[in-house]
Design a protein around this ligand. Sequence first.
Ligand code: RAM
Length: 361
Amino acid sequence: MKGSKPMNRRRLTLLTTPILAAALLAGCGGTTQGDDDAGGGPAGDASADPNAEYETGLSFAMLPKSVNNPYFDASSTGAEAAATALEGAFEYTGPSDASASSQVSYIDTLSQQATDVILLSANDPNALCSSLEQARAGGSVVVTFDSDVDSSCRDLFVSQVDSDEVGLALLEMAAEQIDATGEIAILSATANATNQNAWIEVMEAELESNPSYADMELVDVVYGDDEDEKSFSETQGLLQAHPDLKAIISPTTVGIAAAARYLSGSEFKGQVALTGLGTPNQMREFVNDGTVTEFALWDPTALGELAAYTGAAAASGIITGAEGEVFTAGDLGEYTVGADGVVTLGPPTRFNADNIDDFDF
Ligand code: RAM
């Protein structure tokens, strides 16, 4: 019985003839749409029940921007741990290229499979909305994590860190490494990624308004599309186009690792600073060989785990996505839903030669 409700309800929504509905109900042991358990995504619920238990047996799917990215591998490990703790099923699925059009068919498949909780890092704020609407209309809870969609298209967003804090930390690290003087450039991921663009906007605004950065100039923003080879050649292009470049900020784990690899084998090693967001395991060799001084990231495993608990809390009726609701995300502890259905993991960690060996992700 446990965990069967969301699937029954969704199938009822999709069924078009009463005969089929009757047949299905018989096959499901007579569960009816009106059955009352803790289940039910936030869409249909008027209010949350903070004392409800987590439903067991939910199906979870994580859909990253693209697969084959160690950052998302780590997130999926965390999400799977939460799914396992809740006795649910877990699937990690997604395209090999970080594009919104490639993500659409994965969302459609998950909604056809009646997945209870979809965990999505979006390649575009709007392009996925109609598929997501369909999934939600069918009963799936949609939780974005890492990179959001328009807030009307999902139930909740699990944010790694407040975007202002990320943008400010990125600039601060770059400024510290070049004495706040000279030309800087950004090597981003894809041009439509919600998270990347939010951080870039914060950096641009801060460069304009903060007198501490008056002597720093942003001369270029390029896109490596979260592909290793493209990020590598975009780095090379930046250095050729801007001979006076002092620092590159790459707020993507794929980009910073590729840029570090390029720099470490070039005449620019130790001359042009590189900072941004990277995983300690990908960046360790470049910190050790002197290419990189300091970069930052949050724990992507914890981010995935929190996303899964958030989805499960919504599917179980513990939260609806309204500001101020509180839930417990397993060992991660208690979290509160903020404005716009955003749940925030916590501050980023900075990694450098002193601490990088303390981390393994
Ligand atoms: C890449 C992705 C992801 C971003 C991290 C920092 O893995 O672009 O969205 O959050 O970098």
